[in-house]
Design a protein around this ligand. Structure first.
Ligand code: CMC
Length: 431
């Protein structure tokens, strides 16, 4: 098979090299296209652009395949847990018992938020959007730990293990503190318990009544975080890589990733799903009207939790979450009317030609909100939970950028469609 592509422009032929990834993914290498032909590639939203080579996650959207470092998501969901998968994603291999223990200890040692940093919260209104708070406070980690965040790849990589552990552990703690702050409750210090138990403890413990998570709740949260741990070059991960490519430190890059995740078409979709289900419930609709509106087009009417930029068959995470959702609710003895509405919507949409012809299926966010609601997590915190889960993926991607000796700053081009050159007109001569 030829490893070249021939491109003909204005009657002249150019030869471009091709590339093949380890799972057979094919690409035409256009890096020299502009210098050789004067043309750039136009690909709005980068939907067909490979922005990097990455060894972290393999995703085949047509066949519903998701693998981290080669391991299928179904196997990780069934046998691993969040921190083990986080280690795998960041370091490339499943940890042995010693590595797993060291990783866990480093996280536990770096779980708390110093008093000085706590004061940042006081500058925010109590009803400020949690993701905006999270992004700001994570950005301030670069201020408080400036020795780990020098904006020098070499130095920052020397401190990578500590910075990565801090990021995972502290983002979880900050998430819980945002909840406490918004509810006017005193902060709860982390304690020496497993990652998810600690989060639930910091969220829900009361001064004279420590919250002890039932194993089902802790396991469900663990699964949710694991399923969100990485997802190839999505909007927030590409943002982390882009910011990191300027040699910005890990914390600053993570803060940018959190900002990107906050939008309703990305991480904010889990909250949007709940608002949608709740309004269907409040209006006494069975979903029929909502489906009709969604089919009328327009981004404002979309059936939230449906469709995906890359999955065109099914989202493997949605399958796992859908199954887990029913089991968790049954185990906790919760009968949530929103689950019935979600199932009706899913069944109706999966029979509807509009959704079938556009290959729109439930995505990871469709059922995740119902589980979080069952765990007692309020809707405005859903995207924060997504961010806690996605942190290992962002960290692994930042590291790949920082450690790539041949890396260059991300700098796409554009097709300019504005006015052509014109001369400045003094203000008194303007129409
Ligand atoms: N409901 C109704 N119609 C839709 C939906 C939807 N959820 N999603 C896409 N469409 C339509 C869209 O209007 C377009 O129709 P037409 O061809 O007639 O113009 C067609 O399907 C293709 O849509 P698209 O905008 O090209 O799809 P995209 O790949 O650019 O967008 C998406 C992907 C996820 C932004 C979009 O499907 C969407 O807005 N879904 C709802 C929000 C959501 O659940 N987001 C979570 C994504 S998964 C979590 C994550 O990784 O962030």
């Amino acid at each position: 098979m030829s490893n070249e592509a021939i491109l003909k422009i204005d009657g002249k032929e150019y030869t471009l090299p091709t590339m093949v990834g380890s799972e057979g993914e094919k690409a035409v290498d256009v890096r020299k296209l502009r210098t050789e032909t004067g043309h750039i590639c136009f690909d709005q939203g980068y939907g067909n652009t490979g922005s990097c080579e990455s060894a972290i996650t393999y995703l085949d959207g047509d066949n519903g395949i998701l693998r981290h470092r080669g391991y299928p998501i179904e196997q990780l969901a069934a046998h691993s847990e969040f921190l083990e998968t986080a280690y795998l994603i960041i370091y490339g291999e499943l940890p042995n018992a010693k590595q797993r223990k060291t990783f866990s200890q480093l996280l536990r040692k770096n779980a708390s938020i110093e008093t000085q940093m706590q004061k940042i919260f006081e500058g925010f209104p109590k009803d400020a959007p949690p993701m905006a708070m999270l992004s700001s406070i994570v950005s301030s980690l670069a201020v408080h730990y400036s020795n780990l965040a020098t904006n020098n790849f070499e130095k920052d990589l020397q401190n990578f293990d500590l910075a990565a552990a801090m990021a995972i552990s502290k983002i979880r703690t900050i998430g819980a503190m945002i909840y406490r702050y918004q509810h006017g409750l005193p902060y709860v210090h982390p304690k020496d318990v497993p990652f998810c138990d600690n989060f639930l403890h910091m969220m829900f413990s009361e001064p004279y009544q420590e919250y002890v998570a039932v194993p089902e709740v802790s396991r469900a949260l663990n699964l949710l975080l694991l399923l969100h741990a990485d997802h190839e070059q999505n909007c927030s991960t590409s943002t982390v890589r882009m910011v990191g490519s300027s040699a910005a430190n890990l914390f600053t890059s993570l803060s940018a990733g959190i900002a990107a995740l906050s939008g309703p078409l990305h991480g904010g979709a889990n909250a949007a799903v709940m608002h949608m289900l709740q309004s269907i419930h409040d209006e006494g609709d069975d979903g029929t009207r909502f489906i009709a509106a969604a089919k009328s087009g327009g981004k404002g009417n979309r059936l939230m939790g449906f469709g995906h930029a890359v999955y065109r068959n099914f989202d493997p995470r949605a399958k796992i979450i859908g199954d887990a959702c029913e089991k968790v609710l049954a185990k906790l003895g919760i009968d949530d009317p929103l689950l019935a509405i979600a199932k009706n919507l899913e069944q109706a949409a999966l029979k509807d030609d509009y959704f079938l012809s556009r290959k729109l299926y439930p995505n990871v966010d469709f059922y995740s909100g119902i589980i979080m609601r069952a765990l007692g997590i309020p809707v405005n915190m859903f995207t924060v939970i997504f961010a806690i889960g996605r942190t290992p993926g962002w960290i692994a991607n930042w590291r790949e950028v920082a450690a790539n000796p041949k890396g260059r700053i991300y700098r796409p081009r554009q097709i300019y469609v504005g006015p052509v050159k014109r001369d400045y007109v003094a203000i008194d001569q303007r129409a």
